[in-house]
Design a protein around this ligand. Structure first.
Ligand code: TXA
Ligand code: MG
Length: 334
C-alpha cells in the first residue's frame, strides 16, 4: 500500500478514506494520532494490526465536540461538563461509561468505559466534523516506540501500512494528553499530561487523585496501556536527575546525551552525540520523543543519558514518559 501525504487542503480526500474504513494519521496538539472510523469494527481492528498493539489495550475515541461525545457516553456527569467547559478543545482525555452497543468492542477492549478526547487542532476538527463520526486515535507510532510528533515520524513507523497521513507540521505540546477517570467516586489522573492535577482540581473544586502506576499483579490496570513497555529506543536510556552529574558521566563516542542547551554546551562530545532539548521544560516536553527517535536512528549509540526535571507538578508528564523510556534507570552518583 502506498501511504499518501495530505496537506491541509486535502481534508476531503482524508474523509473519503476514513469513510470507507481506511486508516489515516492526523495531527493533534499533543502527538499524531492513527485514525479509523470508530463505528466500523473492521477498521478499528486494522489499527491494532498497523501499530502492532495488544488487543486488550483500548483506544481513545476522538470527537469534534461534546455534542458528538454525548452520543457515545452513557451519561455526561457534571464533573465532565466542568472540565469540558474549561479545557476542551485541548489536551485532556475523559474516561466515562460507554453507552452500551454504541461502539464496537474492539474500541474499548470490552471495558464498560471509554476515553474521549477533543483535540485542539483545526484540521482534525474539520476532518471529524465532515466525517460525522468519531475516529479512534491512539498515538500513530509502532507499539513500544516513542509517540510521533511530526508527520515524518509517522511515515517512518507506518509507511505502507496506512492509507494516508495529514501533515499538520510539528505538534505543539509533544507529550500525550492528560487522562482523567471520571467513572470512579474520586476523579483520578491515569496519565499525566499538559493539564496538571492542580489545574483539574481547581476546575472541579475538589481533590483529584494521581495514579502511581503501581498495580498488584492480580489487578487489571486502570489504563491498560500503562503496563506495556513504552517510548523505548533500542539503546538503553538512563535518567540524570542532577544536571551537575553530567560532568561525572563516562562519555564515549557511543553515548548520546539529551539535555537543555546550556547544559549540553558544557559537555565535550561530538555534535552528533548531543540532542538539544531546548531552553526550558516546555521545550523539553516538545522535544523528548524527537530526541529518543534521533538516537534510535544511530546504531553506533549504545547508551543515552537524558536530563531529568523535578520541583513542580509541571514535570509529571515529562518524567512519566522518560521513566518509561528508561525502564526506571537513574544515574546514581557514588
Ligand atoms: O494525546 C493523546 O491522547 C494521543 C493523541 C493522538 O490524541 N493519543 C494517545 O492514545 O495517546 P494512546 O492509545 O497512545 O494512549 C491512550 C491510553 C492508553 O494507555 C490506553 O490504555 C488508555 O489510554 N485507555 C484508552 N481507553 C481506556 C479505557 N476505556 N480505560 C482505561 N484506559 C483507557
Ligand atoms: Mg500511545
Amino acid at each position: 500500500m502506498e501511504t499518501k501525504i495530505f496537506s491541509q487542503n486535502q481534508i476531503d480526500d482524508a474523509v473519503k478514506l476514513l469513510a470507507q474504513g481506511d486508516l489515516v494519521a492526523f495531527p493533534t496538539e499533543t502527538v499524531y494520532g492513527l485514525g479509523a472510523i470508530a463505528t466500523n469494527e473492521q477498521a478499528v481492528k486494522s489499527v491494532y494490526a498497523a501499530k502492532g498493539r495488544p488487543s486488550d489495550n483500548p483506544l481513545i475515541v476522538t470527537v469534534s465536540d461534546a455534542t458528538m461525545m454525548a452520543e457515545y457516553a452513557k451519561e455526561v456527569p457534571e464533573r465532565a461538563q466542568k472540565l469540558i467547559k474549561k479545557f476542551w478543545p485541548g489536551p485532556l482525555t475523559l474516561l466515562l461509561y460507554v453507552k452500551p452497543h454504541s461502539l464496537p468492542k474492539a474500541v474499548t477492549g470490552g471495558l464498560d468505559t471509554v476515553a474521549f478526547r477533543c483535540p485542539n487542532d483545526e484540521l482534525t476538527h474539520e476532518l471529524i466534523s465532515k466525517l460525522g463520526y468519531p475516529i479512534v486515535g491512539p498515538s500513530a507510532n509502532t507499539s513500544t516506540k516513542p509517540s510521533p510528533t511530526t508527520a515524518e515520524h509517522v511515515y517512518h513507523d507506518l509507511k505502507g501500512k496506512i492509507a494516508a497521513i495529514i501533515n499538520g507540521g510539528p505538534t505543539e505540546v509533544g507529550l500525550e494528553s492528560t487522562i482523567i477517570d471520571l467513572s470512579v467516586a474520586t476523579p483520578i489522573v491515569l496519565r499525566p499530561g499538559a493539564i496538571t492535577p492542580e489545574e483539574l482540581s481547581a476546575a472541579l473544586g475538589e481533590k483529584v487523585l494521581i495514579n502511581t502506576g503501581k498495580v498488584a499483579d492480580k489487578d487489571v490496570p486502570k489504563a491498560p496501556g500503562m503496563k506495556y513497555r513504552h517510548y523505548a529506543p533500542s539503546a538503553p536510556v538512563v535518567v540524570v536527575d542532577d544536571p551537575k552529574d553530567f560532568a561525572h558521566l563516562n562519555l564515549t563516542n557511543e553515548t548520546g546525551v539529551m539535555a537543555l542547551g546550556k547544559i549540553l554546551n558544557e559537555i565535550e562530545l561530538p555534535a552528533a552525540n548531543k540532542f538539544n532539548l531546548g531552553k526550558n521544560l516546555a521545550d523539553a516536553d516538545h522535544n523528548l520523543f524527537g530526541g529518543l527517535r534521533y538516537f534510535d536512528d544511530k546504531p553506533n549509540i549504545k547508551q543515552i543519558f537524558v536530563q531529568g526535571f523535578s520541583g513542580s507538578e509541571d514535570t509529571l508528564a515529562y518524567m512519566n514518559r522518560l521513566n518509561k523510556a528508561a525502564a526506571g534507570h537513574h544515574y546514581m552518583p557514588k
